[in-house]
Design a binder for this molecule. Sequence first.
Ligand SMILES: Cc1ncc(COP(=O)(O)O)c(C=O)c1O
Length: 400
Amino acid sequence: MRDQVTNCIKNYFSNPSNAIRSCFVYDLQNVDKSCEELKEHLAPVANLYYAMKANPHTKVLSYLTQKAAISGVDVSSGGELILASEKWSADQLLFTGPGKSPAELELAVNSGIGLIIVESLTEAFRLNQVAQKRLRRQDVLLRINIAKELGGANLLMSGFSSKFGIDESAATNAAKVICQLPNLRFRGIHCYAASGFLRAEDVLAQFAHVLRFAAQLRRTGVPFDTLDLGGGFGIDYTEKEGELDIGSVGKGLAELIKTHGLGDCKIILELGRFVIGNAGVYCSEILDIKISEGKKHLIVAGGINHQRRPCATDSNHKVSIIGMHWEKIWSEQESVRAEVVDIDGPLCLAPDKLAWDVLIDKAEIGDIVIVHRSGAYGASMGATHFISHEPAPELFVPAI
Ligand SMILES: Cc1ncc(COP(=O)(O)O)c(C=O)c1O
């Protein structure tokens, strides 16, 4: 973490008039870094869309409009579509998600959106009706649920009985049906199969499967020109496993496209976590330290209402402490010295934890717990309304 970020955190928490004793801080230098890496290694092979579900903050969206690596945005609701439309033109947007309401489809068609990813034949027929009313021909991709067991990811969406897309075994026929719908234009296939890959060979194994299917689809006579391969690029939340080698992914993808004779297709990737995940930290003040049955619990001001990801995915992020050196509240208060502790939120719910069984060198009441790599699925995924605490402010370094 850079000194500027530490200073921003210390400034925020040394001011007692900041009544919300938690915040997110985003370091824009890390966004620059991930975008540069993507631009160098992947932009030559693929069009990179930002999956705004990872972090829809309006300042993040604005910042990304300036990044050459990012050519569009993946939205997954009418709300995201409205937000993204403030910064991007409609033809730079695509709409994913397994349950789009008729109103959302209307909104998308009316906006002139570039691509809608249809996830079932019912959705394709419904969209066809919407497009007919609007006298538009809507470009679509068909999402497939690939028949492949995937290794190396931490969240799977494909490769088993799934709500996402249409099973690979039924996809060729479904594509042929969609090609016959007069108000849709079948542009190709989409597959977002899993997230959290940290090894290039695992990412490439899923891409290889999808490209093989695409080549086969073409041989059956179905024409298309676009392939959205999803992505699922992970970040190393614990900082112990090593980062995904984007250079190898880019090189491997280029080779696969060549091997399968799909060089004439527009390739799309939808990335959220890789773009913004490393750029954010979640910070929360230690309100209390107590011992229960021999284990210490650090009770902090914010929990899963702000940062739900560790709990939701049952996996710790790296955590650290910033010392604030406040006066003691009473002489016998607990502190931590090289101990394995749990870090618990303030909510009346036992699983409300930021981290568990983590070794902490030194912590006092009033110090700040830092949950690293909280830039993606942090502020946007918190159980914000539960127990009506205030949302955590989101600060930017440098301030924008
Ligand atoms: C369809 C789709 N695209 C893209 C993403 C972004 O994934 P990540 O943030 O892991 O890159 C997701 C995440 O759930 C998704 O469901």
